[in-house]
Design a protein around this ligand. Structure first.
Ligand SMILES: Cc1ncc(COP(=O)(O)O)c(C=O)c1O
Length: 364
């Protein structure tokens, strides 16, 4: 019997596997969320906005665009909002990649670059990493024929946590043809030093083929509301508006994001907590004989020692049985690596106790 057939190529997509979400978990450290939650100002705005839920959002989230423009001193015509940066990644692929178009992304880079390129029936191609686990510009130069439609990379990258020096990002932009869109995903920007934030944004300001992506899902603690934004040259923004769903950012999301932007003290506190939690987690991993890896963002990763018989998927499952949610990087092709979000102190204590038991049981 004939039946409707999906377009060829879509069978290559393994749907994105999110970090585990179990409401009753003692330590939710699988999805790089902000352990401090949203700012109190954001919560108040959410309660307020709910009373207006019968109204459609203003398409294009103009109030949020205006607030972002003020906050970051950017022209509003260079900004667009999405339902998370995931949606912006998809819109970029939809508008610029095309069927069979080459989309470059770093090996082990954030999964959605590849998955959403495949959804748009483009051809994702991985660029190798250098010895420092960062995008290799030398390898990038070998992958420029045919001219790629898009080059995506994040800094810090997820899940590796590697930070691309601004000079390397600059060299990557200089290496690709002017017709290639370079998307610099700064999802974890607020955890980075101000100079670094300024310098990555400068790249997008200086080059009409460079896009910067940001999100409210990390330091702003609003992952559940789905809000991301992009800065790019006006023609790119105009193009993205053509493929944008009319009401892609909900009223609630936009209102809450505006309020969250107004509470920069919350961002400062979140970044400060993150720095302290990183130092602490690095020390504790080392004291368990594990090597902490990753430089930036709100997470670390480590490899399981050879004494643990099972792989990272098995370790993830065993830890989840104790109410501790970490993220196995098996689906990224790193079968012995676990990623841990830098959570609240109580979560980290529970997680390290469970991890210690896991390691001890391997030696038993
Ligand atoms: C590098 C990177 N880009 C984008 C995203 C997606 O963020 P959003 O929640 O804004 O879709 C993530 C989420 O983990 C990420 O790590």
């Amino acid at each position: 019997m004939t039946e409707p057939q999906p377009l060829s190529g879509l069978e290559r997509i393994q749907p994105y596997r999110p970090g585990a979400q179990v409401a009753s978990a003692k330590a939710r450290l699988a999805a790089n969320e902000n352990p401090l939650g949203p700012s109190p100002a954001a919560l108040a705005a959410a309660r307020d906005e709910l009373a207006r839920a019968q109204y459609y959002p203003a398409g294009g989230a103009p109030e949020l665009v205006a607030a972002l423009a003020r906050q970051h001193d950017l022209p509003p015509e260079n900004l667009i909002c999405g339902a998370g940066s995931d949606e912006l990644i998809y819109m970029l692929n939809l508008a610029y990649a095309g069927v069979g178009g080459v989309v470059l992304y770093p090996r082990y880079g954030f999964a959605m670059y590849r998955l959403s390129a495949l959804a748009c029936r483009a051809e994702p191609v991985a660029v190798a990493l250098d010895a420092g686990e960062r995008l290799s510009v030398a390898d990038l130069k070998t992958k420029l024929a045919p001219a790629p439609r898009i080059l995506f990379f994040a800094t810090p990258e997820n899940p590796l946590g590697s930070v691309l020096p601004v000079e390397t990002a600059r060299a990557a932009v200089a290496a690709v043809p002017a017709e290639t869109l370079v998307v610099i995903d700064c999802a974890y920007a607020e955890y980075m030093p101000r100079d670094y934030q300024r310098d990555t944004l400068a790249l997008a300001r200086e080059h009409s083929n460079v896009v910067m992506l940001r999100t409210f899902s990390k330091a702003y603690g609003l992952a559940g509301l789905r809000i991301g934004w992009a800065y790019a040259a006006a023609p790119v923004i105009e193009t993205l508006h053509r493929v944008r769903h009319p009401f892609n950012v909900s009223r609630m999301a936009a209102a809450v994001a505006v309020a969250a932007l107004g509470d920069q003290e919350w961002i400062r506190k979140s970044a400060e907590h993150n720095n302290a939690a990183r130092q602490n987690a690095e020390q504790r991993l080392r004291s368990l004989g594990l090597e902490p890896r990753g430089e930036g963002g709100n997470f670390l990763r480590f490899d399981l020692p050879a004494s643990v018989a099972g792989d990272a998927d098995a370790a993830e499952a065993a830890l989840a049985g104790e109410g501790v949610l970490l993220r196995s990087l098996g689906s990224y092709g790193l079968p012995r690596t676990l990623r841990v979000t830098l959570g609240r102190d109580d979560e980290m204590n529970v997680a390290f106790a469970a991890l210690e038991r896991l390691l001890a049981s391997a030696h038993a």
